[in-house]
Ligand binder design. Structure first.
Ligand code: ARG
Length: 593
């Protein structure tokens, strides 16, 4: 089963080939003038140039070749040699039936499924998630779903930051604040095992404590070299499995995990693997030895690095710091070891890192090191960066007090706004409290996710909760509302005993709706190829609009039986495709609102 655009494209390409023109020039696109045609092909102009002929002459030959095609009701030349195609109503109707019968709503799968890992979210243990992690979670979740839906075998990994310098900073800060903890760390360092139970002194440390201490410690580490050196030393102690540091770190991980799970759950983000940097701990020593044996490690003022700069680089890329002068593994070291780990446990064809664009150099350095070490080959590792979510001042979003906004607070804010909006619109008010809350949660998530995913990921955007939560315009809540409207229509039809039947296309709003349904696979393919969910977000929005126009122009339940049956099929197909597209964006639709 193929969409109309592709099927007609093949016919036009064959006609181009028949007149001796390069077939790829025959490419068919949706028409810029939907009032005149459904599809167009502009290739005759380029073909004419290549062949030294008149474009209208080539177009005429192509038109003649297509003239008898029963799928088309008109093939015409416009202007200097554009070819306009109008699809026959019967062809649209049978394509609509096909989409309506297809559980995938007209979407294809890839010819050669791959094994793919999506590394996204990237929260840091002992630091609450902030809006910087919001985009990584939202975009990564969608990319993961899109890849899986297209038929790849996909694993999503959170890749927690739990093994770096910030852990040493926190261990030090907690010890400074609490003498009992400090004494316990020393005692366990001297005579404990890493698997010992967490002592009572450690168990009282909460996420709120870490939350409060981390920014202070981070600031102090920047100013005070002695403080920083101690934090580095503690990081090395942790990585060296000194029991006191290690067990205290286990407590940090435990309290963070609870909050992370809550936040991710509220956002509709699910990881297959909750792995962290620390999970590759055991691989680091042998990896360093191997890198050394391969002659890749260079000593640099007590540290060990891999040089990755290449001839022809436009700017100088710093080396990968593998072992710090204190003997610790760094952010890049765990990333390199993780490539090795993933190769062993999953053997991916592709690893997609969905991380802030500002880490582009980091990934370029790690990837090059991995290629040099033979842990991966070019093209297998891909960083998909994204811009920032900004405040109205154009800088990365901060709270009114100037702090970074925690994800949990952001979700709460969005929920509060969603409740307000639902009340304003008079929606969901007669529903039971628990259901209303569920709807408000879904509206909040739809608002945040759609606002994010409707932009190309590379673009930064301005955080504007008022706009995001509106039930009008290009927003998540608008799409939810449209989907719920279709659901309620279908429920009503069922109540009246009206059933769906073969599609009949006659009205222009019906044509447009079917053409939009037909465009799903192209949108999905683009989202997949470019790792750009915005193509799918755009499709979902167009589909809602096309349905809305259809719903206004074409009576459904009042129509005579055959038309009613046809329109119910169109409504059902729209709902399935819309819900599917939204699901691939990580957005779920309530039953009613
Ligand atoms: N924890 C990192 C941060 O907060 C993001 C991790 C991204 N993934 C990776 N493999 N490095 O910046």
């Amino acid at each position: 089963m193929s969409d109309l655009k592709r099927a007609l494209g093949e016919a036009v390409e064959a006609a181009f080939a028949a007149v001796g023109a390069p077939p790829e020039l025959g490419r068919v696109t949706p028409s810029d003038r939907p009032d005149l045609a459904d599809f167009q092909s502009n290739g005759a102009l380029a073909a004419a140039k290549r062949l030294g002929k008149n474009p209208r002459e080539i177009a005429a030959a192509v038109v003649e070749a297509l003239a008898g095609d029963p799928r088309l009701s008109a093939v015409e030349i416009a202007g200097p040699g554009f070819i306009n195609l109008k699809v026959a109503d019967a062809t649209l109707a049978s394509r609509a039936d096909e989409v309506a019968d297809d559980p995938r709503a007209g979407a294809e799968t890839v010819a050669q499924p791959r094994r793919v890992i999506v590394d996204y979210g990237g929260p840091n243990v002992a630091k609450p998630m902030h809006v910087g992690h919001l985009r990584a979670s939202i975009i990564g979740e969608s990319v993961k779903r899109i890849y899986r839906f297209r038929g790849d075998t996909v694993a999503g990994d959170a890749h927690f930051g739990d093994w770096g310098y910030q852990m040493g900073l926190l261990i030090g800060a907690v010890m400074d604040e609490d003498a009992e903890i400090a004494a316990e760390v020393e005692a366990l360092n001297a005579a404990g095992g890493v698997d010992d139970p967490i002592p009572a002194a450690f168990a009282k440390v909460t996420l709120a404590d870490l939350d409060r201490l981390y920014p202070l410690a981070a600031a102090k580490g920047k100013e005070d070299p002695a403080y920083r050196d101690r934090a580095r030393k503690l990081t090395a102690d942790l990585q060296g499995h000194r029991a006191g540091c290690y067990i205290l770190w286990r407590q940090f991980r435990a309290v963070t995990q609870v909050a992370l799970e809550r936040d991710f759950h509220a956002l509709g983000v699910d990881f297959d693997w909750w792995k962290g940097e620390s999970d590759v701990d055991q691989l680091i020593e042998p990896m360093v030895a191997e890198l050394d044996a391969k002659g890749l490690l260079v000593d640099d003022q007590g540290a060990r690095i891999i040089r990755v700069a290449r001839e022809g680089d436009k700017r100088e890329l710093p080396p990968l710091l593998v072992v710090s002068s204190e003997g610790s593994a760094m952010y890049g070291t765990t990333d390199l070891a993780t490539i090795l780990d993933r190769k062993q446990v999953f053997d991916p064809d592709l690893v997609i890192y969905c991380v802030d664009q500002r880490q582009a150099d980091h990934f370029e350095i790690v990837f090059r090191a991995a290629y040099l070490a033979g842990y991966a080959h070019e093209g297998q590792l891909e960083h998909i960066g994204f811009g920032t979510m900004n405040g109205t001042d154009g800088k990365p979003f901060k709270t009114r007090e100037g702090g970074v906004l925690k994800l949990n607070d952001l979700i709460e804010m969005a929920r509060a706004k969603a409740r307000e909006r639902l009340h304003e619109a008079g929606l969901g008010e007669d529903l039971p409290e628990a259901e209303f809350e569920d709807i408000a949660g879904k509206v909040a998530v739809a608002a945040l996710k759609f606002a994010d995913l409707s932009n190309f990921r590379g673009t930064s955007y301005v955080f504007d909760l008022d706009r995001f939560t509106s039930f009008e315009g290009r927003t998540g809540p608008y799409l939810l509302y449209q989907a719920v409207r279709v659901k309620s229509l279908l429920r009503r039809a069922e109540g009246e005993g009206a059933t769906a039947g073969p599609v009949i296309v006659a009205e222009s709003a019906e044509r447009d709706l079917v053409l939009t349904l037909d465009a799903f696979d192209a949108a999905l393919t683009e989202a997949y190829d470019k790792k750009a969910p915005n193509a799918l977000a755009e499709h979902a929005y167009r589909l809602s609009q096309a349905f809305s126009k259809f719903y206004a122009a074409c009576p459904i339940l009042q129509a005579e039986p055959a038309i009613r049956a046809s329109r119910l099929t169109l409504a059902g197909a729209t709902l399935r495709q819309l819900e599917l597209a939204l699901d691939l964006l990580g957005i779920s639709v309530p039953e009613r609102m």
